[in-house]
Design a protein around this ligand. Structure first.
Ligand code: ADP
Ligand code: MG
Length: 622
């Protein structure tokens, strides 16, 4: 619709450009109507503007009539008449040409219009073609789909047929089965009767079993009660066991050392036992051998007795023979040879018996010896046990003595420190710094007296030729290292670990080296009193942990500057002073002699690394 409209507009535009509308409509209508209604086009005379006759064209016949018109003049010389006739004819021809032009215009417009409609029709046609091709494709797809469905349906139909066949076959089979089942059912009914009979018997038995079951359940409940009682007892005994286990673990520790000794003893005992067992085994073997030999001996004796009896009978026979017929002497000799052989074997066996008896005696002696060594080992073991007990007692007493000695050491150490003075004042001289103090370097206004009583304790200052002497508990000259200073302080740190309160503070004018002495500078040799003290505290507390001591350490750091207390560990302390404004740092003394500052941040410390980080934080805050 929209496309068509556009085309029409285009046509109009084309029209607007090339065609004048006014006269053409009349011409068109004249053409369309085929001139049947006689609508006439009026054409005026043109340039002349004279009142000429109006010529009308209504169709092709008018034009042909005009062309067929002939000159009317009779006289060839009547030029005037002929000229008038000619001009008239020319006018008519002009009108005819104009009519033709108008007609052509109309045709052109018509052609234009038809072309535009044809374009529109073409477009519509193309559209329709596209629609048709789409529809065709859809139909093709639908057709394909339908064919596939048809195929699948055919397949399923085939399957259904096969299934039906199978079902018919199975039905046949089932019928046969049912018949056989009916026959078997008859048999089974007979069996059922038998089984019901048996079932009755079984139900009676079941009743009996249920009765016994009831009785067993009652017994079971009684057992459960007994069990709960036993469990209560068990829990009680478990507690006692846990107590005993604790004791046992304590015992075990002491036993471990003893076990080593015990093990060595046991090894000895085991070796002796094995030797004893060996001896017993040997003895047993001997005994068996002796028994064997004895039985053999018995047999031999029996044989001998038998042979003696035989000899006797033979002798009797011999006598008889001698008596009766004086049998041949050969027989007699052979018999005597036999007898002598028997005697020889008998002697040999007697010898064997003797050697075996000797062996038996030897084995019994060996056994006795083994018994004696076993007894000895046992007595040695008992002695060792007694010794171990004695050693344990001595160890306990030694431990007790150590604890006592430690207590005494603490007491003595702190009395020594007290004797040295509870308040001690040290003096440290700062070396001249190369950049700022170089001006007065050559004067050396400080000297240290070297007399026995004042060495290391006194310092002399020269000012305007006058000497001023000062004495302290200790004087550190300008070459004294951080280590030297700390050696003097370390005893105080030990006192702190022993539970005494210790305070170390530095005093002096700005630039005199307070911070250097207390904190020091990075580097192992440059560390000051605070990091060294903390290292010592952690080292000593760790070594005392093995003796059963446990130390909890907390640190807080504050600075008193212009009479105001500042918490060096407070968060945001360095950047924002307002943060700490709300807190009141006041010094408090409690009845136990402890001095604390309220609102200070207290940090738990577990290693010297913790303290190092705290010190870094504090120095940042300053
Ligand atoms: P304070 O804290 O008393 O104002 P510092 O500890 O800051 O003084 O010391 C001032 C300067 O002197 C620092 O540069 C420091 O390194 C140096 N200094 C102080 N004592 C010693 C010393 N015993 N050996 C070397 N340099 C020192
Ligand atoms: Mg300082």
């Amino acid at each position: 619709m929209w496309v068509l409209l556009q085309k029409e507009n285009l046509g109009n535009a084309r029209r607007g450009m090339g065609v004048k509308l006014g006269p053409r409509r009349n011409v068109l209508s004249a053409i369309n109507n085929g001139g049947a209604h006689g609508d006439a086009v009026s054409v005026d005379g043109g340039d002349g503007g004279s009142a000429a006759a109006v010529i009308e064209f209504s169709g092709r016949e008018d034009v042909e009539r005009l062309l067929a018109e002939k000159m009317k003049g009779k006289c060839k010389t009547d030029f005037k008449g002929r000229a008038e006739q000619m001009s008239e004819y020319i006018k008519k021809l002009r009108a005819c040409i104009r009519w033709y032009i108008d007609l052509e215009d109309g045709y052109l417009a018509e052609q234009e219009k038809l072309r535009s409609t044809m374009d529109a029709e073409n477009d519509r046609h193309a559209e329709l073609e596209v629609q048709l091709s789409n529809a065709l494709q859809e139909l093709k797809a639908a057709n394909l789909d339908l064919t596939t469905r048809c195929n699948s349906l055919e397949e399923s139909l085939h399957k259904e047929k096969v299934d039906r066949m199978l079902a018919v076959e199975s039905y046949e089979k089932e019928r046969q089965d049912r018949e056989s089942a009916e026959t078997s059912r008859d048999m089974l009914t007979v069996d059922l009767e038998r089984v019901t009979h048996e079932a009755k018997r079984f139900s009676e038995q079941l009743k009996m079993v249920q009765d016994t079951n009831k009785r067993l359940q009652e017994y079971n409940t009684s057992l459960q009660q007994y069990n709960s009682n036993l469990q209560a007892d068990a829990s009680k005994s478990g507690e006692t066991i846990s107590k005993l286990q604790k004791e046992k673990s304590a015992m075990m520790e002491t036993m471990v050392s003893l076990k080593d000794l015990n093990n060595s003893m046991k090894n000895q005992l085991d070796s002796s036992r094995t030797s004893q067992q060996e001896a017993i085994r040997v003895k047993e073997e001997f005994r068996k051998e002796v028994e064997c030999l004895r039985s053999e001996l018995q047999q031999v004796r029996d044989d001998r007795d038998q042979s003696v009896a035989q000899v006797n009978t033979l002798n009797v026979e011999l006598a008889n023979c001698k008596e009766i017929a004086g049998q041949s002497t050969e027989d007699c000799e052979s018999l005597s040879v036999k007898v002598s052989a028997f005697e020889v074997t008998c002697n040999m066996q007697q010898e064997q018996i003797q050697t075996l008896q000797k062996q038996l005696a030897f084995a019994t002696e060996k056994l006795k010896l083994a018994d004696v060594t076993a007894v000895e080992v046992m007595t040695g073991y008992q002695e060792q046990k007694v010794k171990i007990k004695d050693l344990e007692e001595r160890l306990a007493s030694a431990e007790f003595q150590i604890v006592e000695a430690d207590k005494l050491r603490k007491k003595l150490h702190n009395t020594i420190l007290e004797l040295k003075g509870n308040i001690r004042v040290f003096c440290r001289v700062r070396p001249l710094l190369s950049d700022s103090d170089s001006s007065g370097a050559e004067e050396a206004p400080i000297s240290y007296p070297t007399s026995v009583e004042s060495a290391g304790r006194c310092i002399d200052l020269m000012n305007q030729g006058q000497r001023f002497s000062f004495s302290y508990d200790k004087v550190f000259d300008h070459v004294a290292s951080q280590e030297d200073v700390f050696v003097e302080m370390s005893q105080l740190v030990q006192s702190a670990l022993d539970g005494y309160k210790v305070c170390i503070f530095a005093y002096g004018q700005t630039g005199s080296g307070k911070t250097y002495t207390m904190m020091g500078q990075p580097g192992i040799d440059q560390k000051g009193i605070i990091p060294r003290s903390l290292e010592q505290i952690f080292k000593t507390s760790q070594s005392l942990e093995s003796q059963g001591w446990k130390y909890c350490m907390q640190a807080s750091m504050l600075e008193i500057y212009n009479e105001t207390i500042r918490d060096l560990l407070a968060p945001g302390r360095s950047s924002n002073f307002e943060m700490t404004a709300g807190k009141q740092y006041t010094i408090k003394h409690d009845p136990h002699g402890n001095t604390t500052v309220s609102d200070l941040i207290v940090a738990d410390v577990f290693s010297s690394a913790d303290v190092t980080s705290l010190l870094a934080k504090a120095s940042q805050s300053r």
